[in-house]
Design a protein around this ligand. Structure first.
Ligand code: MTE
Ligand code: MO
Length: 216
């Protein structure tokens, strides 16, 4: 299978916005808070959350908006749709159209609830046969392969049901849906206009991320 428009294969290495270039401290017993448009906000152990659904394994590519793609990663975890179904009853979700995920490093992204409930979206706790770690997104990582990397939040500690879209960490540069197949890189200008911009910026973005990370 070829890569989506504008993407090129690259090695899978930790990446993100330079301001989130930290290896966050992952608690021994990580918890996830579920809040927002719910009647009874709850806090669950990460393992309890994934335990709400049957474990599955899915192979998927990771597509960063800056045009690199890491092909064929093997994730294991709980389908978000099944977790949501179990949670919706327990916390009483009402009127939500969007769902925001926040990581231990403060990084945040919002997905349309409809997109988050797609069958290929996971709350993963394993990658390529190993538990996630401080590099790969422990304790839990949202895997939404049809959406750009900035929707695939690592180190998930907060799930917030919302009525409205919230741009989160990608800010104005992001797109509410961020669908790779439609090249929704940004809400402004078509995706193909962004390709050369991101390609030009990528080496510096990588360097900035790695330098900051080595320091943190
Ligand atoms: N918590 C958190 N999640 C994040 C990010 C981040 O900086 N912090 N960066 C996002 C971006 S832009 C991309 S491309 C992927 C990179 O995943 P990787 O570190 O496994 O390469 O993580 C996404 N999820
Ligand atoms: Mo990214």
């Amino acid at each position: 299978m070829g890569l989506p428009s504008g993407q090129r294969a690259a090695a899978h290495v930790p990446f993100g916005l330079p301001e989130f270039a930290v290896r966050p401290e992952v608690p021994d017993r990580p918890a996830v808070t579920v809040t927002g448009l719910v009647r009874r906000p709850a806090q669950l152990a990460a393992a309890e959350l994934t335990g709400l659904a049957e474990r599955v394994e899915r192979r998927a590519d990771l597509h960063c908006v800056t045009t690199w793609s890491a092909p064929d990663l093997r994730w294991s975890g709980a389908p978000f749709a099944a977790v949501h179904e179990a949670l919706a009853e327990r916390v009483g979700v009402r009127g939500a159209r969007w769902v925001a995920f926040t990581g231990l490093d403060g990084f945040r992204a919002t997905l349309a609830l409809e997109d988050a409930l797609a069958p290929d979206v996971l709350l993963a706790d394993r990658l390529d046969g190993a538990s996630l770690d401080g590099d790969s997104g422990a304790p839990l990582r949202l895997v939404a392969p049809a959406h750009y990397g900035y929707k695939n939040v690592k180190h998930v500690c907060l799930i917030e049901y919302r009525r409205d879209y919230d741009a989160g960490s990608s800010g104005w540069k992001g797109h509410p849906r961020g669908r790779v197949a439609l090249e929704e890189r940004s809400r402004f200008l078509p995706g193909r206009v962004w390709r050369p911009v991101w390609r030009a910026l990528l080496p510096r973005a990588r360097a900035a991320y790695e330098t900051r990370r080595a320091r943190n």
